[in-house]
Every structure is written in structure tokens, then in C-alpha cells.
Write a protein that binds this ligand. Structure first.
Ligand code: S3P
Length: 434
């Protein structure tokens, strides 16, 4: 489905953005691993997180919808049932990489996971390797790609240094570590910590300390059962980022986004915007905070001129999903905006270095790809044209925001990709422009 986004008048008003995708996935998975029913308020109703609900139901959990909440009646930590057919993860990389952590210790049972065309291009060796060291066996297509099968086994604890700062891999190993004497994961730089927070809330023994490189070392150990009274999912900062960028770029805009998650491990984009001189006000969580609850705040955005900035490797995991928007902002900033150390972008739902650079260049941007990032020369404007989503939700939404800020509008080819995280984006924009 193609959709046109015309140059926009001011965006004004208050709005609640969709619920956090990362936290929703974890609420469904940890809810399914729990022994007592878990109530989840504000679960994200979008394609990716619906894949997770379907997956946990296939494994034996019961999901009830009640008064706008979900109640998940789990299987318990060690009692996932092997379904008779493959688990379809759809387009959801987070589901594909976290779920095997749980499945890997369902002794004697095997689980096949598969997904859509895009998921079949995304590597799983990054989880197969540590899970294999713990004692599970993973058989993947060409040793690296879905479809793949997880053969559950008795696991032993490991100490694992993440070769890349990936919250998905970290989370997978920590979930598997729940049935070992002790499993430690060290990350080179901090990445989102929703799994650690939710496990702590569920009573798992989890300890975290700062390591020399700047990241954290996290240890989990033997857990009899998980008990989570409830999860209240905040608004998704990564979805909010699209409206924040629109508010910064579209003349005379002023908008407030309500109850957005401001966990500091997700707030990298807001800090980048601060450096660019954008006027975005929010009560952010202090860096380094670790406690079981997820903080929320209203985010107040207004249109203002911006300056170029440089994003280096250590900041990348804290803003990984928002880096395409940094490229767009760079088109309007004074100077050269540079993103480096972000090679991980190449293995997202699309190769987000190639698709962002080609997509924005096609709209008139002066942007060059680097092996691990990009450089954008700000010209203060963007002509417009056509942008292909490549089936990647963040590309589709990038094209939409680019259209609002452009001179001639943007036609997004494949806007339906946005359904995995932000299905009602066009409606929300219409509400803010009215
Ligand atoms: C996610 C982690 C990030 C992010 C993805 C969601 C998560 O991926 O890009 O959209 O929920 O843990 P990586 O862990 O591969 O960096």
C-alpha cells in the first residue's frame, strides 16, 4: 500500500503514542514463563507483538482480553509445551531472539521457529552460539538463518562477553541463565535493560555492576518461579520519536506526547536532539539508574532551528532504532551530521544504512553512506519524492515524517510495513494537524 504525506501545517495538541514494543514483547514472554497470572495494561496492539501473543499461546499460555487489559496465564518456567507445528515469529526480530532463551531449557522438547521473508535474512548465530555453549542445540539454515530449531537441554551457566551491544542477545542469554547456577553477561556499552528490570520485578535473582568499558555486567541465577503482579506498558519512545522529529521540523509545531517511556537506556535520541539544539522538554531518568519499574514522562516538543551533531559508537545502542531519524534531522541541521559505529543498522528489518541513504537521497538529501553509518550535509530543506519502505516499518515512518517536513511531499511505497509497530500513524498525524 502506497501513501502520500504532504508538506504539513503545524502539528499541535496532545497525544498518547502506541505502547512500547520492546516492553510488550517481554511482558508476553515473561508472563508466559510465570507461575501466576500476569495482568498487562496497555499491551501494544500491532503485528509484531501480536506474533508474540500467538507464540506464547502455541506454547501453552492462555491469553485473555479483559476490560482493555490482557491477562496472561503462563506455563511456568520449565513447562512450555512443544507445538506440533513451527512457531511463526512473523517480522519480529525481538521475539525470534528472546524466545529461544526460554525454549533452550525445555528438556527433551524441540521447537521450530520461522518467520517472514525479511526475518529469514536476519542472523540467529548470535544467540545460537551462547545457547550452544550453555548446552542447548540450535540447528539453523546455513548455520545462521531461520527457519531454525531449538532443542531444549539441561543448561550450565556461562560468562558471556557480548561481541556486539545487543539487548536482544543479552536478554536471550539472561532468560536461559534463569535455570543455571549463575550466568553472567557483559556488554561493552549499555543497551536497553527492560529484560533486567522485568526479571527483577518478577523476583529473579539478578545483580548488575558497572564494568570498565562503560557497559554493565549482569548475573542471573537459579530461579524456581517467576511472579509478576502486573505490567503497565509505557508509550514507546521509538514510536514517539517520529512525532518528535515532525514537531521539531514542521514550522510552528507544538505538541505534547503523553506517558512516554523515559528509561535512560532508551533516551539516546532525546539526548542527541538536545545537542542539536532542539526544544524538547522531558523529565528524563538519570543515566545509570536501575530499578524494576519503567519511568514515564510527558514530552513537550516545539519547532526550532537545529545544528549538526556526531553520534559515536557508545551512544548507538541507546538510540539504535532512531538513527534513521537522525539522518532526516541532519538534512535540516546547520553543518554535517555524522553517525559512526552503527554497523548493526545493516542487519535490521532492512539494511538501514543502505535504505536510509538511498531513500533520503532520492528525496534530495546530501547524504553519504559509511561502512558503519552515514554523513549528512544539512541544506535546511528536503525536496520530496518517493521513498521505498523495503518492508521496514521504520523506513516507512521515516518517509512519512520526511513528507511532512518536505517541500513537495513524499509518497511512501509500502506504508503497510508501519503496522508492526505504529499502525495508526497517519491517523495520529491527521489529529495533530486538524
Ligand atoms: C530490541 C533491541 C534492538 C532494537 C530492536 C528491539 C529489543 O535490537 O533494534 O528494535 O527489544 O531488545 P538489537 O538488540 O539487535 O540491537
Amino acid at each position: 500500500m502506497n501513501m502520500r504525506f504532504e508538506p504539513s501545517g503545524p502539528l499541535r495538541g496532545r497525544l498518547a503514542v502506541p505502547a512500547d514494543k520492546s516492553i510488550s514483547h517481554r511482558a508476553a514472554l515473561i508472563g508466559a514463563m510465570a507461575s501466576e497470572p500476569v495482568r498487562v495494561r496497555n499491551y501494544l496492539d500491532a503485528a509484531d507483538t501480536n506474533s508474540t501473543l500467538a507464540a506464547v499461546q502455541q506454547l501453552g499460555a492462555i491469553v485473555e482480553r479483559r476490560d482493555g487489559e490482557l491477562v496472561i496465564r503462563g506455563c511456568g518456567l520449565r513447562n512450555a509445551m512443544a507445538p506440533g507445528k513451527p512457531i511463526d515469529v512473523g517480522n519480529a526480530g525481538t521475539l525470534m531472539r528472546l524466545l529461544p532463551g526460554w525454549l533452550s531449557f525445555q528438556q527433551g522438547a524441540s521447537f521450530e521457529l520461522d518467520g517472514d521473508e525479511s526475518i529469514r535474512r536476519r542472523p540467529v548465530d548470535r544467540i545460537a552460539e551462547p545457547l550452544g555453549r550453555m548446552g542447548a542445540r540450535i540447528e539453523a539454515r546455513n548455520g545462521r538463518f531461520p527457519p531454525f530449531t531449538v532443542h531444549g537441554a539441561a543448561l550450565t551457566g556461562i560468562t558471556y562477553e557480548l561481541p556486539v551491544a545487543s539487548a536482544q542477545v543479552k536478554s536471550c542469554v539472561l532468560l536461559a541463565g534463569l535455570v543455571t547456577d549463575a550466568t553472567t553477561v557483559a556488554e561493552p556499552v549499555p543497551s536497553r535493560d527492560h529484560t533486567e528490570r522485568m526479571l527483577a520485578a518478577a523476583g529473579a535473582p539478578i545483580e548488575r555492576s558497572e564494568c570498565q568499558a562503560g557497559g554493565y555486567t549482569t548475573t542471573v541465577g537459579n530461579t524456581d518461579e517467576l511472579e509478576l503482579t502486573g505490567v503497565d506498558v509505557p508509550g514507546d519512545p521509538s514510536s514517539a520519536a517520529f512525532l518528535i522529529a515532525a514537531g521539531v521540523l514542521v514550522r510552528d509545531s507544538r505538541l505534547v506526547l503523553e506517558r512516554v517511556g523515559v528509561n535512560w537506556t532508551r533516551a539516546g535520541f532525546l539526548r542527541i536532539l538536545e545537542r542539536m539544539g532542539a526544544i524538547v522538554l522531558a523529565d528524563l531518568e538519570p543515566a545509570g539508574t536501575f530499578n524494576p519499574h519503567e519511568p514515564v514522562a510527558d514530552i513537550d516538543v516545539r519547532n526550532a532551528p537545529i545544528e549538526a551533531t556526531t553520534v559515536e559508537a557508545e551512544e548507538v545502542p541507546l538510540a539504535i532504532d532512531e538513527l534513521p531519524l537522525v539522518a532526516l534531522l541532519g538534512c535540516f541541521a546547520d553543518g554535517d551530521t555524522v553517525v559512526r559505529g552503527a554497523g548493526e543498522l545493516r542487519i535490521k528489518e532492512s539494511d538501514r544504512i543502505a535504505t536510509v541513504v538511498d531513500g533520503l537521497r532520492g528525496l534530495g538529501a546530501e547524504i553519504e553512506a559509511l561502512p558503519d553509518g552515514f554523513v549528512v550535509t544539512g541544506t535546511g530543506r528536503l525536496r520530496g519524492g518517493q521513498l521505498e519502505s523495503h518492508g521496514d516499518h521504520r523506513l516507512a515512518l521515516l518517509g512519512a515524517v520526511a513528507g511532512l517536513a518536505s517541500e513537495e511531499g513524499v509518497e511512501v511505497v509500502g506504508m503497510d510495513a508501519a503496522a508492526v509497530s505504529y499502525p495508526r500513524f497517519a491517523n495520529d498525524v491527521a489529529e495533530l494537524i486538524a
